[in-house]
Design a protein around this ligand. Sequence first.
Ligand code: UN1
Length: 507
Amino acid sequence: MFQDVLQRLGIDDVHSGVWSGEWVSQPNGGELVSSNPATGEPIARVQTATREDYDNIISASEQSFRRWRIAPPPQRGDVVRQLGNALRRHKQDLGLLVTLETGKIRAEGEGEVQEMIDMCDFATGLSRQLYGLTIASERPSHRMFEQWHPLGIVGIITAFNFPVAVWAWNAAVAGVCGDSTVWKPSPQTPLTAIAVQHILNQVTKDTGFADVFNLCIGQGNAAGEWMAADERIPLVSATGSCRMGHSVAETVGSRLGRSLLELGGNNGMIVTESADLELAIRAAVFAAVGTAGQRCTSLRRLFLHESIADAFLKRLQKAYSSIKIGDPWEEDVLMGPLISEAAVDQMMQTLETIRDQGGDVVYGGNRIERPGYFVEPTIVRAASDMPIVRQETFAPILYVLTYRSLDEVIETHNSVDQGLSSAIFTDRMQEAERFLSTAGSDCGIANVNIGTSGAEIGGAFGGEKETGGGREAGSDSWKAYMRRQTCTVNWGGDLPLAQGIEFDVAE
Ligand code: UN1
């Protein structure tokens, strides 16, 4: 299926999963099969990296870093600008491959490539704006300032659900900052990573920097574990489950390296009495059902004011019943499959737990009998003291809860372990500001009259608590990819000491 697209993206039936300035032919770490979750059928096979291949990638990345770090940042920005243009040319093909490998619908597959393009544009501008501060010195004839230098090799671990955009958040920024990168994609989505590497290589082949952005597809978590433990990698940026994040943080922390974590969410949306219900319904459906509920920003907990709860739920059920589920590459389909059989099992197990804990499944709740990993989007009337509501299940299960007062619901909203995204729907300024205030939402992202998912790249993306605390993409997230140096220059003829200390030595 879609062989022409695979061909245009340079994907053979069997492809090397290792790039370190050139494709390593037939790496010997064993084969990985990438399948289409809508059919369960294999798309292509990937040969994975051995430990030796990995070490070679790191050596190449160390070498390229030495050259790349002294290229003026705007020159680095120009490489990233060209990558953005190449992605524009391949947007449809790459978007479709994202659809084939992850099961997300075509609009979302292409949206993901657009997110990469936006990141390239952003990073290109950033390449002329890696600003440091000038600081007033307390000493006469002294100048104090800070500047930012590249870190070295950045390890990038990405998840299946945003297989290419999250690489771009990291690589475009790390690249203009002067770092070299090693990408370890999810073993469930190796082909999109290979396709991106091909597109990148078209841009870098004549620049002498073909070994700056590298790729290491390993078996399972192996390559991620190698990177976490590797002292040659000063920063590991990892996106995935809280469990994975704990393991990366502990390993990287034990060698005093840095990690940048973007982990699970348990995102809530509050709909108040004054809300525009039409808007709120549309936002809730996109946030809960988009990407089949497999975004870290997916809506999981919907808090309805008791005065509007029944009417809202009715309309929500009606909206759910009009969602077309099917092959994600087909026009009009709004929901594709889950990523794997294991993901379906996990959803079904969660539904059992929900029933055991007294939850009421008011919409969906079943697997759809057809090839692939399709499920019904599901709505559960729940109570916030049900333990399962506190957990993130990576599936389209939406818990509906009711509340009386805003203070009470903000408290409940914040009582979970995760802290990624949050939203309030209200037409009252006081409620919106209360939600955004210091004592309001405790998440990294807080929206008013916008759902929890679908953030723009211009802001810093990430969250608090178990979400890991990292910030990626826009704003000043670039600072995580550089090291800060505070410099003081004495241009006078004397040696005054800070804090007024006198320390005279007789000569
Ligand atoms: C993720 O699910 O890991 O805000 C990232 C969003 C997307 C990114 C999601 N722009 O939903």
